[in-house]
Write a protein that binds this ligand. Structure first.
Ligand SMILES: Nc1ncnc2c1ncn2[C@@H]1O[C@H](COP(=O)(O)OP(=O)(O)OP(=O)(O)O)[C@@H](O)[C@H]1O
Length: 701
């Protein structure tokens, strides 16, 4: 009883402080709004200097207002009591009172590091670390940890039984939450690592890699906003996953980081479809690049195969084999085909001239000849048809023709691969697959941009020009640069790659192009890899990253997601094929063993299991099967409501649910060459309960 009342007293005391912070926040909001209004008034003077000043003021005030208005789950979440008696409150953003004294320290500030870094061995002057759990402005719970029990001052109470464990046991919602109140030391080291060079974070399922990567993005932006203003890009496996993590950065007050799924990296394409494993392997391998290099040198389908021109009564003819020779010569100049129309026209003129001079004993003048022919419609029409601008998507359409793909593939694809890959590109209505996106991006670079039509001249007057310039500067500063950003932007200052173990070599090339000038954070787990040729992917990754000297690695060892009972079952699946050091330790036991059901009627038993789990957990239930089964699973659970989500094995990557029904594990094993690992991923998605529904027992053998 006494414990409860002590806790209530402590909660009430913290509530008083949090109330003061929220009151101050209200004042700060009003101040920011007043500043924006004043700035706009200043801008009415329409003088360039006033505009610049207006934009600087608006920029700062808007940023301030945005961060003040963000809907924080709890603005204040921590408190440090120092041995010196000093007290610091830690929160999602820094707050000062009217006298400019600190009320709350931003979690990313150096002083706040002790909140995450202090341990009993290295207390960093901290006596008591308190995690304060709030919902909006209401304090719900406090939880303490004593770091220097010998130095506890009189009257300092200690309550709670582990903020981390309490947080981990909470039900999961459909969106990932930030972990700012309970970041662990090994995670904090990775979050606060220097920005330069390459930071690699590896660790098993549930070790917080995604959470760490996102908190690192927020940290980097906070510590050096100007430097990262040219953009931070976070790439993850699927739109389902990007949606799942999309609330984390805004809840940390960051809304300028760009999140893209692998199927959305190329502007203008949004791919969600996945290919069968053997097709994805062929498309993702560097062998595919060789195929593309071959096909782009071929004449486009429908290109004319003969050129006839009459000059001075003489018929000049270039036949198919001669045109092929000219085409080859143009390609040997190594100009991107879409930029090579002029080179091609010149080469044709030269070939025609050779003809003309051989027929005419050099009686023509070359200059006159070239000027005359180059001007003729029949010649320009021929060039347009023979060397048309080519779009990447068109090329993949051509490769839907099995014969054409076989010729371009030479020995780079097996006959079975040619058959399977061509079939996916022949069906133009199916939409692009995720693996196609990297192929299209490669073609974009190989082919070059098609020549653009000139735009009509701008008709801005001088004032408008200045206003335009100042306003776009303002947008850039606001981090809205994506809005006006050119397609295929490659000036990101930092690229974060999640689930990096699954990137194919072609996908590494695609990201390498986006991060030419960037530093990198690369997050992944080799054990969860679905890419069969690890050496090829590793090589492509190194090339994509370029010659960066500074490199640091972090290994996360604690699985915060799964109960130890669930993780044991998952680890058993891969134990024989992986290094035991690559398997993390699950810290939380629930006493609930996974249920393994062998049943004749998989569809009904899946629905029954999902219903049971809905009753047993408060949060989400994932139903996971092979990609081929995904649509079917969705229809089975269609009536069970929003808490149930059906996903295929690849979409399950990175996701987490309170409970999971895993359907037909043997099918996951058979789905791809890395099927065992896919099963390991699927088995490690649940935080509390797992039911496996299988028609036989073979998956356990
Ligand atoms: N320090 C922490 N405090 C509270 N929760 C945490 C902490 N670290 C991780 N978690 C939680 O553990 C779960 C797993 O984290 P996350 O998804 O980032 O792991 P992961 O390493 O990316 O997993 P996977 O490799 O399986 O995708 C999440 O719910 C996350 O919020």
């Amino acid at each position: 009883m006494q414990g409860v009342s002590i806790r209530q007293a402590e909660i009430a005391a913290e509530q008083q402080y949090v109330d003061k912070v929220y009151a101050r926040l209200l004042v700060m909001r009003e101040e920011a709004k007043a500043m924006i209004a004043a700035a706009h008034e200043r801008g009415l003077e329409r003088l360039p200097a006033a505009l610049v000043e207006r934009d600087a003021m608006v920029y700062h005030a808007t940023r301030q207002l945005k961060s003040l208005e963000a809907e924080y789950e709890g603005l204040v979440f921590g408190r440090l009591d120092q041995a010196s008696g000093e007290i610091f409150y830690i929160g999602r953003l820094g707050v000062r009172d009217a006298d400019f004294d600190t009320m709350v320290i931003d979690w990313r500030a150096p002083v706040a590091a002790a909140f995450y870094q202090a341990t009993a061995e290295q207390p960093m002057d901290v006596v008591r670390r308190r995690v304060i759990r709030c919902s909006g402005g209401k304090v719900l719970h406090v939880d303490d940890e004593l770091l220097t029990p010998d130095a506890v001052p009189e009257g300092l109470t200690v309550v709670g039984d582990g903020a981390l464990m309490a947080t981990l046991a909470r039900a999961r919602g459909p969106m990932m939450r930030d972990i700012v109140g309970t970041i662990q030391r090994e995670q904090d080291d990775a979050i606060r690592a220097p920005a330069e060079g390459i930071t690699e974070i590896t660790g098993g399922p549930g070790t917080g890699k995604t959470a760490v990567a996102l908190h690192r993005a927020a940290y980097l932006m906070y510590r050096n906003r100007r430097r990262f203003n040219s953009g931070v890009l976070v790439v993850g496996p699927s739109p389902v996953f990007m949606n799942y993590i999309s609330r984390v950065l805004p809840s940390l007050g960051e809304d300028t980081v760009e999140l893209r799924a692998l199927g959305e990296v190329l502007d203008g394409v949004k791919a969600t479809r996945t290919d069968p494993a053997e097709v994805a392997v062929a498309k993702g391998s560097l062998r595919m690049r060789k195929v593309l290099l071959n096909i782009m040198k071929e004449a486009p389908p429908g290109a004319p195969s003969e050129l006839r021109i009459v000059y001075s009564g003489q018929v000049l003819k270039l036949e198919a084999h001669e045109l092929t020779k000219v085409r080859k010569a143009v390609h040997s100049r190594r100009v991107q085909p879409n930029q090579a129309r002029k080179v091609a026209a010149d080469a044709l003129l030269e070939a025609l001239w050779q003809k003309a001079s051989s027929y005419s004993d050099n009686r023509f003048d070359r200059k006159n000849f070239v000027v005359d022919i180059a001007d003729r419609n029949e010649f320009t029409d021929f060039v347009a048809a023979w060397w048309p601008p080519v779009l990447p998507t068109q090329v993949l359409g051509w490769l839907g023709d099995r014969e054409r793909l076989r010729k371009a593939a030479k020995r780079n694809l097996s006959p079975a691969e040619v058959e399977a890959v061509a079939a996916t590109w022949a069906d133009q209505d199916a939409g692009w697959s995720v693996a196609d996106v990297a192929v299209l991006d490669e073609l974009r670079v190989l082919l070059g941009d098609p020549p653009k039509q000139r735009r009509a001249a701008d008709e801005l007057d001088e004032f408008d020009m200045i206003a335009h310039e100042v306003t776009s500067w303002h947008q850039r500063e606001q981090g809205q640069q994506q809005l006006g950003r050119a397609d295929h932007y490659d000036h990101y200052s930092h690229v974060i790659v999640d689930e990096a173990q699954d990137l194919s070599p072609m996908q590494w090339r695609m990201l390498g192009r986006r991060g030419k000038y960037a530093s990198w954070t690369i997050v992944g787990d080799p054990v969860q890899s679905s890419w069969p040729d690890a050496a090829e992917a590793a090589d492509a990754k190194e090339r994509a990253l370029g010659k960066v000297k500074r490199r640091r690695r972090f290994l996360l060892r604690t699985n915060y997601r799964n109960s130890s009972e669930i993780f044991e079952l998952a680890a058993d699946v891969v134990r024989d094929v992986v290094d035991p050091d690559d398997l993390p330790t699950a810290v939380r036991s629930t006493g609930l063993e996974p249920e393994l059901r062998t049943v004749p009627d998989v569809p009904n038993q899946t629905v029954a299991a999902a219903k049971e789990l809905l009753d047993q957990v408060d949060g989400t239930v994932g139903v996971i099967g092979t990609m081929a089964r995904r649509a079917e699973l969705t229809s089975w659970v269609a009536d069970l409501g929003e808490r149930v989500q059906a996903v295929g094995s690849l979409e399950a990557k990175g996701m987490e649910y309170d409970a999971v029904v895993l359907v037909e594990p043997a099918e996951l094993i058979a789905e791809s060459p890395t099927g065992l690992r896919a099963l390991y991923v699927a088995l490690t998605r649940a935080t509390q309960r797992l039911t496996v529904v299988a028609s036989d027992n073979s998956w356990r053998e």
